[in-house]
Design a protein around this ligand. Structure first.
Ligand code: PLP
Length: 427
């Protein structure tokens, strides 16, 4: 598409946008009675308007049914997660049996490592991307220590080449193969939180399996952002949070994926709890853990009804949008337009004031565009916020702007560009 740097053009794209109506499903934060242009769905998605009603409905269930709510009412809590599984599956490319909502993300990362990081002999190392989200670094570090290894030795990080920000797939694959006989687990992010790079998950999975390692992904920045095919790609396990691109609210429930080929593997360790117990016998309260079939067998504690109710409602909005296809198409155009608009600002400024570190190739990124300002990055960021554009700042120097196809418009992008130009001129 040939883009134009003017408001009429941006509005013409909005007029042709079949998802434009979805914007009205969300509440936007305001400052001095003026709504923000919200470009921070990569950190916390906006509140769907129905959220309040959904919570109220569950409060009413609690009030009216109390303990009977587990088995009675329109949505008995005991089986409520099944309603979510159906809607989560198409977002990550899995069968409903392979996914389950539970806990929060880093907790699930640990639980899945209990099952899929089982070091044996010389094969005890984990390979991951350098610069992964800190929580993942800490989780992996503590897991290798828990197994009695030294983190410096047992964790192999793949780094970008000198002077580059993006990891090259060939370098990832080469490192996996070079360390083939030492690696127990390949654990990557789907999309890196800092650069916005979407890794070639299929190539990583193939490489990991070729050396006999398990392969898992943290999809915090990928689930609900880009289309995924976890089952077909043969990924062993994955987990994600639902409060970023999936709008389930702060601290929202996490989701897990376990490939069905592992369902009957009794050699996998699990940290068990009653909610993962065979459903038909759960309330017999018997001794000896027998897991429920599928991803559900990884549950530990009883269903978190309130966070699940919020996630359910936001998943319904994905269903309304036709799940990932239309969203991804719009997302590619939105993000490409943001690239164009930033480059136009640089042209007008006569220098690369805003350096984009997110991959140029649209197949290697999701919604997020990460930029490094040539100078005064934090000052520029603060100006954006003061002028109603809310992205986010990541130390040491990155401004992340993420247009979300569910609720952002092309006009949002155009206005952000205007402001980037004005701010650079004013400081
Ligand atoms: C957002 C994010 C997290 C946050 O983890 P919580 O357990 O939900 O606090 C973890 N890992 C990655 C890669 C993230 O992007």
């Amino acid at each position: 598409m040939i883009f134009e740097n003017n408001i009429a053009f941006a509005r013409s794209l909005d007029a042709q946008d079949s998802l434009a109506e979805m914007r009205s499903e969300f509440l936007f934060p305001e400052q001095n009675n003026k709504p923000f242009i919200y470009l921070c769905g990569n950190s916390l998605g906006l509140q769907p308007k129905v959220a309040k009603e959904v919570l109220q409905r569950q409060l009413d269930n609690w009030k009216n049914l109390a303990v009977e709510g587990w088995f009675d009412g329109q949505e008995p809590w005991m089986f409520y997660h099944k309603e979510l599984k159906k809607l989560m599956a198409p977002i990550v490319g899995a069968s409903p049996a392979e996914v389950c909502p539970m806990n929060t993300l880093t907790v699930n990362l640990h639980l899945l490592m209990v099952s899929f990081y089982q070091p044996k002999g010389k094969k005890y190392k984990i390979i991951m991307e350098a610069g992964a989200f800190p929580s993942d670094q800490y989780a992996i570090e503590s897991q290798v220590r828990f197994h009695g290894f030294n983190a410096d030795d047992a964790i192999i990080e793949v780094k970008p080449r000198e002077g580059e920000y993006i990891l090259r797939t060939e370098d990832i694959v080469k490192t996996i193969k070079e360390h083939g006989n030492e690696i127990a687990l390949v654990l990557f992010g789907g999309i890196n939180y800092f650069t916005g790079q979407w890794f070639d998950m299929q190539a990583i999975t193939v490489a990991g399996h070729s050396i006999g390692a398990k392969v898992g992904f943290d999809l915090a920045h990928a689930a609900g952002n880009v289309p995924l095919k976890l089952h077909d790609w043969d990924v062993d396990f994955a987990c994600w949070c639902s409060y970023k691109y999936q709008n389930s609210g702060p601290g929202g429930i996490s989701g897990i994926f376990v490939h069905e080929k592992h369902f009957s593997d009794t050699n996998l360790h699990r940290f068990a709890g009653w909610w993962g117990y065979n459903e038909s016998k759960r309330f017999k309260m018997e001794k000896g853990f027998i897991p429920e079939a599928g991803a559900d067998g990884w549950q530990i504690s009883c269903t978190q009804v309130m966070p699940m109710a919020l996630y359910h409602e936001s998943l319904t909005l994905f269903e309304k949008a036709g799940f990932m296809d239309a969203l991804r198409n719009k997302s590619k155009t939105l993000t490409s337009y943001l690239f164009y608009i930033i480059n136009e600002a640089n042209k007008e400024l006569g220098e690369e004031q805003y350096k984009i570190i997110t991959p140029q190739n649209e197949e290697d990124r999701g919604a997020q565009v990460s930029i490094i300002a040539k100078a005064n990055g934090k000052v520029i960021f603060d100006h954006l916020v003061a002028n109603h554009v809310l992205g986010d700042w990541r130390e040491p120097n990155v401004i992340r702007l993420s247009p979300v196809p569910m609720y952002n418009s092309f006009e949002d992008i155009y206005r952000t560009g205007e402001l980037l130009l004005a701010v650079a001129r004013s400081i």
